[in-house]
Design a protein. Structure first.
Length: 455
């Protein structure tokens, strides 16, 4: 068994190395053919399985720690069932499943852009896929689906057969042999199969009742049950790009796609760059829709006047521990400019602030900014001369705003390796390297042509 690299360094990416071994494992065990009760559980839960491997091998922390508790309790639930129930929506040729990171931020601008582009061409409703409060005309809650699915699940008998148990045991053994860690698959995927099938059945009935012909989903790999329900109802499924696509992204990269299930029929991309950023399933049509919400943000932030100074660090939940430690060490070096640590909308500021306090850093040296949406992030980027990130979409947006860019060489950095290869960003692995990159006169580094990424 090959040894897992402890830390990334220039030219390597631990996450990518683990991912390539994961892909090889999938091929050897024919993972996408594994089923429980007729559900292709590996295909459906691929991203979650890979996250378990990453966590077990200490490659990253958990990915998006999302709080879906929006309050309101029984009163909110009754209101949603009575007034925001999609089963009572009448007819809807098109259904958009919205993906709001957190209620109170900018919401889901890509869904807004698509809904606006469709205009009055067809009957359209929007459903809050993540449990956010459904507000505004044509907006519906997913609560009714969740409740009905629980009722369906009680009557489902998807207990794995003896053959399925043996196949899962063999898959667990293969993971152990490859990575030297235990990842319990049987229990997890057995429960997953019941949840998947119960929700897929309810979604099928919903789409048939609505007469839906087209379904849009943001982050489709998180909702294979919606995809399956739409396909059973004869609807065309379109995924809306929401962020980076790259090799080692389990939602988009399929080097061996022959047996992969529950994929959208089409993906609407931000720009041409993303066609080849990952090894897409060749059965999926790729269409450039553009990113009007990002272009509008860039245009607004670019109008800022005044001197640019300091460094903005763009955090990500999967690597926040490593990234924040690096930023704090960097801020502790003599002569380092002021650092603003910009949190992802799904992150809490408490741990990072406490770590900075324990390191003796005050807000004059190291400041934490709570994430609240892309527009505010771009305004902050436009005020800073330098930016540092790992695999955040915001890094590409900052390039369009003229930030001198550094990519930190920790797991996941190869998602933006093309920027390093093209001379648009510097790869750094030590605080000293980052400090050295922030010396000297303003760089005449190329500003990325926005059209390449965001049409």
């Amino acid at each position: 068994m090959a040894e897992i690299i402890e830390t990334s360094h220039a030219g390597t990416d631990r996450m990518l190395e683990v991912y390539e071994r994961f892909v090889g494992l999938e091929t050897r065990i024919a993972a996408h053919r594994l089923t429980i009760g007729g559900v292709h559980v590996w295909s459906a839960a691929r991203s979650e399985i890979f996250r378990k491997v990453l966590t077990a091998t200490a490659t990253t922390t958990d990915f998006h720690n999302i709080d879906l508790a929006y309050g309101g309790g029984r009163a909110r639930l009754l209101k949603n069932l009575a007034l925001r129930n999609p089963f009572l929506a009448g007819r809807a040729d098109t259904v958009i499943f919205r993906w709001e990171r957190r209620h109170g931020t900018e919401g889901d601008p890509i869904s807004n852009a698509v809904a606006s582009s469709l205009g009055g061409q067809e009957r359209l409703i929007q459903i809050e896929a993540r449990g956010n409060p459904a507000e505004g005309p044509g907006r519906y809650s997913i609560d009714a689906v969740a409740i009905l699915a629980k009722l369906v699940a009680r009557r489902l008998d998807l207990r794995p057969t003896e053959a399925e148990r043996k196949a899962m045991a063999a898959a667990e053994a293969a993971v152990r042999d490859e990575f030297g860690v235990d990842v319990a698959l049987l229990g997890f995927l057995s429960a997953y199969a019941v949840r998947f099938e119960s929700r897929a059945r309810v979604f099928t009935q919903l789409f048939r009742r609505l007469g839906t012909r087209r379904v849009f989903i943001v982050v489709a790999y998180s909702f294979p049950d919606i995809i399956e329900g739409a396909h059973r109802a004869g609807a065309h499924v379109v995924e809306l790009q929401h962020g980076l696509m790259f090799r080692s992204h389990t939602g988009y990269d399929f080097p061996d796609s022959q047996d992969v299930q529950y994929r959208p029929d089409e993906i609407w991309l931000f720009g041409d760059h993303w066609r080849t950023a990952a090894r897409h399933d060749p059965r999926t049509k790729l269409t450039v829709f553009g990113a009007p919400h990002i272009r509008a943000r860039i245009a607004a932030a670019a109008n800022r006047t005044g001197d640019r100074h300091g460094l903005i660090v763009l955090s990500q939940p999967a690597v926040t521990g490593q990234l924040s430690r690096f930023a704090i060490e960097l801020a502790s070096l003599p002569g380092t400019p002021h650092i603003l640590y910009r949190l992802h909308p799904n992150e809490s500021a408490d741990a990072v602030r406490e770590a900075a306090r324990l390191s003796g850093l005050g807000p004059d040296r190291f400041e934490v900014s709570i994430g609240g949406g892309g527009t505010r992030t771009m305004e902050l980027q436009a005020a800073h001369r330098y930016q540092l990130g790992v695999f955040s979409t915001a890094v590409v947006e900052g390039l369009a705003l003229g930030c001198e860019t550094m990519i930190l060489g920790i797991p996941g950095w190869s998602a933006l390796q093309s920027l390093v290869d093209d001379g648009l960003a510097k790869l750094v692995v030590t605080p000293e390297q980052a400090a050295a990159a922030m010396t000297g006169p303003p760089s005449a580094a190329a500003v990325v042509e926005a059209d390449r990424f965001f049409a």
